[in-house]
Design a protein. Structure first.
Length: 98
């Protein structure tokens, strides 16, 4: 699913116009990015949590040449799914049909 698919789906399931649905999606994504960039976690109950974790510097390998290379330290975004989200995914497509 792409961002445009998500906007279309919101448009179909709500009374929002496509423009307003697009603005809503953009606003949500902007808020999530701003919070993560300032070091705050974003928790969506019954869905999951996004948070930033520091990854230390480490040695890696160039897959083409096999040469060792230093991978610098940095920040990565982690998503940890919630219990209800996990159970919905595990149940498969039939879980949404009831």
């Amino acid at each position: 699913m792409t961002k445009l698919d998500l906007i279309d789906r919101i448009y179909q399931e709500t009374n929002l116009s496509k423009v307003k649905a697009g603005e809503a999606v953009d606003a949500i994504l902007t808020i999530i990015k701003e919070n993560l960039s300032s070091g705050q976690a974003v928790t969506l109950r019954r869905f999951g949590s996004f948070y930033v974790r520091h990854r230390r510097e480490r040695m890696g390998r160039n897959p083409r040449t096999g040469e060792r290379a230093l991978i610098p330290a940095g920040k990565v975004v982690i998503f940890r799914s919630g219990r209800r989200f996990k159970s919905t995914i595990s149940a498969g497509p039939r879980a949404n049909s009831s």
